[in-house]
Design a protein around this ligand. Structure first.
Ligand code: KG4
Ligand code: ZN
Length: 338
């Protein structure tokens, strides 16, 4: 008998629902992205995000059930992101999931969004099983995580300041690309020289796997200001490529060193930044050299989606995790916290 989970995700600016079978077969994956709405403001406006989630969530869930050709009787549980994320946005998904679980008599499973990002790797990689090392780099979070088991984690390293995606978004804004900046920097960097400008790579003396991007971000802004003052024409493609190279260097170096130190034969990427083409290429090369197998999800499973919540929901469900109808949104939920 197969286990079917309805996954619901509303932690930021994507309203998403998906039906996942046996923890890896994605029967449907519906994503309503609000990017167009927030683009004019240069970032996500929490109040607008929450209101749009309220408007869209029922339609998105209905479509996910229809596309999966799944009845409510066939479902085994409802899994929902309850943190981390924007509190108002999270509450929409959580309230909706609670109402559905109550009305349909289904178990409810609260899922950590970052654990969901990691689990996105299980969709397309049958051979990837814990333990492994995972670099989670998204717009709100950057963590190096030792995945001991499907619901057991150890944080090996973290960002001291900005998340990797946040750095991409801020630099993109500074060079006049829109929001979200990651994909735009990725594209423009292809036309630039990654060695044109020597931007800093921060290494922490006291915590060898931690990283920091605020110094890099300031260096880019200082470089741009300097050029403007000296009336030097800015080559935006070179800035994009050189900035991206600095981020990629740090993420790759820390991940591979950690994988080796922890004796991991497998290393995975997760989160929005995992779809960065330069990062994937560098990691592929470095992992090959280190004799480590490298995994990453397709772009649609890197950025926010509900299939990853259905996958992690499945593992939590199988491990016996259940949430009560008093489940609340936890904006600062930590990885592995229950
Ligand atoms: O995982 P995600 O969808 O949302 C969060 O949980 O934060 O990640 C979104 C972030 C944004 O900062 C976006 O700029 C970045 O991922 N991103 C990328 C790329 N695609 C998305 N960053 C670099 N290169 C990309 N190709
Ligand atoms: Zn995310």
């Amino acid at each position: 008998m197969s286990v079917k989970i309805l996954g619901i995700e509303s932690s930021c600016d994507e309203t998403a629902a998906a039906v996942v079978e046996d923890g890896s077969k994605v029967r449907s994956n519906i994503i309503y992205s609000q990017i167009d709405l927030h683009e004019v403001y240069g970032g996500v406006v929490p109040e607008i995000a929450s209101r749009k989630h309220v408007e869209k969530i029922n339609q998105v869930i209905k479509k996910a059930m229809q596309e999966a050709d799944c009845t409510w009787e066939e479902l085994d549980a409802v899994a929902v992101t309850y943190g981390p994320g924007l509190v108002g946005a999270l509450l929409v998904g959580v309230s909706c999931a609670k109402a559905l679980a109550y009305a349909k008599g289904l178990p409810l499973v609260g899922v950590n969004h970052i654990e969901g990002h990691i689990a996105a790797n299980f969709i397309e990689h049958e051979d990837l099983k814990p333990p492994f090392m995972c670099m989670v780099a998204s717009g709100g979070h950057s963590h190096l995580v030792y995945v001991k088991d499907y619901t057991e984690y150890e944080i090996v390293g973290r960002t001291r300041d900005d998340a990797a995606g946040e750095a991409f978004d801020k630099v993109a804004r500074a060079i006049g690309l829109g929001y979200p900046g990651g994909p735009k920097v990725d594209k423009l960097a292809k036309e630039g020289n990654p060695e044109a400008i020597a931007f800093p790579r921060a290494h922490m003396e006291d915590a060898p796997y931690d990283f920091s991007f605020s110094g890099l971000k300031s260096a880019v802004l200082n470089y741009l200001n300097g050029c403007e003052m000296k009336k030097i024409e800015i080559n935006r493609a070179d800035v994009a490529a050189s900035f991206q190279a600095a981020v990629v260097d740090v993420l790759t170096d820390n991940s591979v060193r950690a994988a080796k130190a922890y004796g991991c034969e497998k290393l995975a990427l997760a989160g929005g930044v995992a779809s960065n083409s330069a990062l994937r290429a560098r990691m592929t090369e470095a992992c090959e050299k280190a004799g480590v197998s490298f995994y990453y999800p397709s772009p649609v499973y890197c950025t926010d989606n509900a299939a990853m919540i259905g996958v992690q929901g499945y593992h939590a469900f199988m491990a016996g995790e259940r949430s009560g109808l008093d489940l609340n949104a936890v904006p600062n939920l930590k990885i592995g916290e229950r």
